[in-house]
Design a protein around this ligand. Structure first.
Ligand SMILES: *[C@@H]1O[C@H](CO)[C@@H](O)[C@H](O)[C@H]1NC(C)=O
Ligand SMILES: *[C@@H]1O[C@H](CO)[C@@H](O)[C@H](O)[C@H]1NC(C)=O
Ligand SMILES: *[C@@H]1O[C@H](CO)[C@@H](O)[C@H](O)[C@H]1NC(C)=O
Ligand SMILES: *[C@@H]1O[C@H](CO)[C@@H](O)[C@H](O)[C@H]1NC(C)=O
Length: 408
């Protein structure tokens, strides 16, 4: 009998210990701070392992403040040992702080994006350094007012085609350092307000032709440090306000015809550290605002002579570490190689007009170092006076050669 009682006592004790332990594990604490950016909860300690687990947040408010004043919640990137362990983003966060606008859960063990709700007021979510593997369907579906979303340094492999479907207010999307190999077609179709898309350092190998077609406000695309080997025809078509495009540090060996069409606002195009072999005018339509083109550290051996005429305002061209040229002075060899490959040396006239709608005739070649350029006269009649200028000086007059290579 006493033996039995003793056994019961032990069991009870063990049970209570488990209870205490569970309770101790589930409480997080806010360190409240009144920062310039807003009244902030820095979240420490606590864990939330399964959806629906008990989870509460403790903490002493600063004088005059209460839960409704909290607009930011964050964890630190280089955590003290008391970093919270949040398998899921607890719904309690949004219940407790109804006016939360910014959620920055760095390095907080977030393994799944399921179960996020009641986050209408949220404008910014930053989840860098978390171990989630999936962007599920309607991720953050309840947070339709998010303008800024950052996810990165996560082993994400699965990108559901409708993961971002509800984020119609998104202005900036950062999705970097993941294992994503493919952006599913249509994945960005509802992001009509998107201005900046950072997809740097993923494992993306190709870009669907229609991927960006709905993103009429897109100004910046960063696709650097991926495994892209080919730029599909019209991959970037009709991005009327695109200003900066990073495609450097990929495996690009080929552009389809019309790869860079209708990019009238493009100012900076980074193509360095790829395997590009040839540059043809058929890849591009004129880019009147382009001032910087980096094509250094490629395998370029031939360039169509009128290629650079598409960039009348180019100021910086990086071309070092290529096969046919290391400097702008050596470009002639690239043109000659092209002409040798084509096998024709027809003297032709290249047309450039102020309306940038005309496509460049892909068969045009010139045989001398002098190109005949037809320009539209200032009175805008378009009658065109014929001027003959040495092609090198006409095209590259303001170019700056930089010998230093940009190391990968
Ligand atoms: C906190 O929010 C309440 C309700 O909006 C407001 O009345 C109060 O002034 C705020 N406190 C501070 C310190 O801003
Ligand atoms: C994340 O937190 C762990 C400790 O919990 C730490 O060892 C690691 O360095 C942190 N990672 C980053 C990127 O800060
Ligand atoms: C957070 O946890 C650590 C131990 O992990 C403990 O020493 C500390 O008191 C806790 N802080 C709060 C505010 O609960
Ligand atoms: C894109 O990536 C490059 C490095 O490859 C970096 O220098 C640049 O700042 C990035 N731009 C954006 C908008 O993220």
């Amino acid at each position: 009998m006493s033996k039995f009682l003793h056994k019961m006592e032990v069991t009870l004790l063990a049970f209570m210990l488990i209870l205490i332990r569970t309770k101790a594990q589930s409480d997080s604490t806010c360190i409240f701070q009144n920062l310039a950016s807003g009244y902030t909860c820095q979240l420490i300690n606590g864990s939330y392992i399964n959806l629906g687990d008990e989870y509460s947040i403790q903490g002493m408010h600063r004088d005059g403040f209460s839960d409704v004043n909290v607009t930011e919640l964050s964890t630190s990137l280089f955590p003290p040992p008391n970093q919270p362990n949040l398998n899921y983003i607890p719904a309690e966060i949004f219940r407790r702080f109804p006016n939360l606008m910014s959620l920055q859960l760095w390095n907080a063990s977030v393994g799944s994006l399921m179960g996020v709700e009641n986050c209408d007021n949220l404008e910014s979510i930053d989840l860098l350094f978390n171990p989630m593997r999936e962007l599920p369907r309607f991720a953050f579906g309840a947070c339709g007012n998010i303008k800024l979303l950052a996810i990165g340094d996560s082993p994400i492999e699965i990108f559901h085609p409708e993961a971002l479907r509800m984020l119609t207010s998104l202005e900036s999307l950062t999705l970097v350092h993941t294992m994503i190999t493919n952006i599913p077609p249509g994945a960005f179709d509802s992001l009509k307000e998107l201005q900046t898309l950072n997809l740097k350092s993923n494992a993306i190998s190709s870009i669907d032709s229609e991927l960006f077609k709905m993103l009429s406000k897109l100004e910046n695309i960063n696709l650097s440090e991926n495994f892209i080997d080919n730029i599909n025809s019209k991959a970037f078509d009709n991005l009327q306000v695109l200003r900066n495009l990073w495609l450097n540090n990929n495996q690009i060996s080929q552009f389809d015809q019309q790869a860079f069409y209708n990019l009238e606002s493009l100012e900076v195009l980074h193509l360095h550290n790829n395997r590009i072999a040839r540059l043809s005018s058929s890849y591009v339509t004129p880019m009147p605002r382009l001032h910087t083109l980096t094509i250094d550290n490629n395998l370029i051996s031939a360039i169509e002579r009128n290629f650079f005429e598409n960039f009348p305002n180019m100021a910086t061209l990086l071309i070092n570490h290529n096969i046919c040229a290391n400097t702008i002075d050596e470009l002639e060899q690239c043109f000659l190689n092209w002409e040798a490959e084509i096998g024709t040396t027809t003297q032709t006239t290249t047309q450039t007009t102020t309306e940038m709608t005309t496509t460049v005739d892909t068969t045009l070649t010139t045989s001398t170092s002098t190109s005949t350029v037809q320009t539209t006269t200032d009175d805008g009649i378009g009658e065109g006076s014929m001027i003959s200028i040495p092609i090198i000086s006409s095209l590259i007059v303001s170019l700056i050669v930089t010998w230093t290579s940009i190391s990968g």
